[in-house]
Design a protein around this ligand. Sequence first.
Ligand SMILES: [Zn+2]
Length: 342
Amino acid sequence: MKAIRFHQHGGPEVLRYEDAPEPELASGEVLVRVRACALNHLDLWERRGLPNVRIPMPHISGSDVAGEIVASAAPDVAIGRRVMLQPGVSCGRCAACLSGKDNECPHYEVLGYIHHPGGCAELVKVPVQNLVSIPDDIDFVQAAAFPLTFLTAWHMLMTRARLQRGEDVLVLAAGSGVGQAAIQIAFLHGARVFATAGSEEKLARAQALGAYEVIHHHQQDIAEEIRRLTNRRGVDVVIEHVGEATWTKSVRALARGGRLVTCGATTGGNGALDLTALFARQLTILGSYMGTKGELMRAARFFFAGQLKPVVDRTFPLEEAAAAHQRMEASGQFGKIVLNVP
Ligand SMILES: [Zn+2]
């Protein structure tokens, strides 16, 4: 099969479009013909290399996949079925998995990250429990743009922060995958959404997705703007994934009793915390990583009903993966960058 692989870490130039062996199915696994695969920041980090993470080479990344089933080593699987894939792979038999918290499984891993070759290829294999059927009116590009970011944002808002109707939510970086998903999920659940972005065009698009007020994060102070817009109260929930560059402002934007949920640190992992503010203002800091298989299925019902719509920035053919990585690294995108696999 054709695949995008890298044999060493580095810039986009290490990505090679080349022949790779087809995946061999073990019992309980299903082979999927990839039709579309969306990029995430994880793809960039894998390619660049991460401290203390050894990625076997050559490597195929890609965590967000949609396609058709072409072979199965699991019973009762219809060949030809259109599916999108759960991006989290877990053991399925530990206490966490059996409690419906598979993203807390000690063996949890994101598809395409280390040991599970990903979807930047013509074929990918996954355990049968990672399949989610998609209706005929949802195209593969839309389906590939949905799983990882909507799952992440759903887990942050609904499970970790326990969002309530009528609450105020601040979503950082509206143009990012998690940002556009969080705005839509929070709006859908009756929250008043404040969103930040780095250009007028992105701010307008954030409002079109449901943001009530927007903040230009290069020209305005996020915490001060939030205080002004909320009559000095602050927001109930902050959706943070930027890290060092915004951390202090994100904490300062919280109302008394507010919750900050973080799922990433794109600009760096060091954030200071004023412990006096933490206890006196009764703040809660929550970590969040991916989400459970059940949560993705619940979120997908809103997707299939047209109430959640993944935003696709643009598509590239699979062989132009390097150009797709470059676009993502330049931060010019609004929404998901998706590779088309013809
Ligand atoms: Zn497990």
